[in-house]
Design a protein. Structure first.
Length: 227
């Protein structure tokens, strides 16, 4: 009868409506999951690597992501020093062959003084020193890369990698990168024995350094580096 046909049509419409509602709910959950799981930190535009030796023994590679959109000048300086394609006064400006001269457990590892090797030297690709670019980023946890300095606007080539969150340095040192791979190497450097002045007893050397390809910029989370 016509009433039976009407009831069947209503049931079909209700079934279709339920299917559509379930599909929409699924898509909504998928979208929210994507939003909440995506990184909300700074964007990596460039990558470099350090191949590390301790006491002449190779221990592994550290890969570092650099935030060129947030701090372009600071990143440009660090990247070219890692590549080693700049010169000044007849001297090649490069991290290759330089040492981590200062190591403090549960704080940071410091390197980049390729002129004197003791924390009193180094220079930038822009000259002896360059200004603090900005303090937009913080020392969010272990594995964050920041410029070492001797006060305001005294950036050269020296840098440090944090071993924990160091919020007391926020606003005083320019953060510009994060370890993407090789935190086990950072921890090995952190664990090396030191003598006076926090100097490692065995030389911790950047045996090789250079640039790695970034196919597409990506964001990282504002937390400890763990890989």
């Amino acid at each position: 009868s016509i009433y039976t046909l009407i009831i069947q049509k209503i049931k079909q419409l209700l079934t279709l409506k339920v299917v559509i509602m379930l599909l929409l709910a699924f898509l909504l959950c998928l979208g929210l999951s994507s939003v909440f799981s995506s990184a909300t930190g700074p964007k990596v535009t460039d990558k470099v690597f350090f191949d590390i030796e301790i006491g002449g023994k190779a221990i592994g590679r550290i890969e570092i992501g650099l935030f060129g959109k947030t701090v372009p000048n600071t990143v440009d300086n660090f990247k070219h020093l890692a590549i080693g394609d700049k010169e000044a006064d007849g001297q090649k400006l490069t991290y290759k062959g330089s040492k981590f001269h200062r190591v403090i457990k549960s704080f940071m590892i410091q390197g980049g003084d390729f002129t004197r090797g003791d924390g009193t030297g180094g220079r930038s690709i822009f000259g002896e020193k360059f200004k603090d670019e900005n303090f937009k980023l913080k020392h969010f946890g272990a594995g964050w890369l920041s410029m070492a300095n001797a006060g305001k606007d005294t950036n050269g080539s020296q840098f440090f990698i944090t071993c924990k969150e160091t919020s007391w340095l926020d606003g005083r040192h320019v953060v510009f990168g994060k370890v993407l791979k090789g935190m086990s190497v950072v921890r090995a450097i952190e664990a090396t024995r030191t003598s006076g002045g926090d100097k490692p007893e065995q030389d911790v050397v950047i045996a090789d350094s250079g640039e790695l390809t970034v196919d597409k910029p990506f964001t990282v989370e504002k937390k400890d580096a763990t890989d």
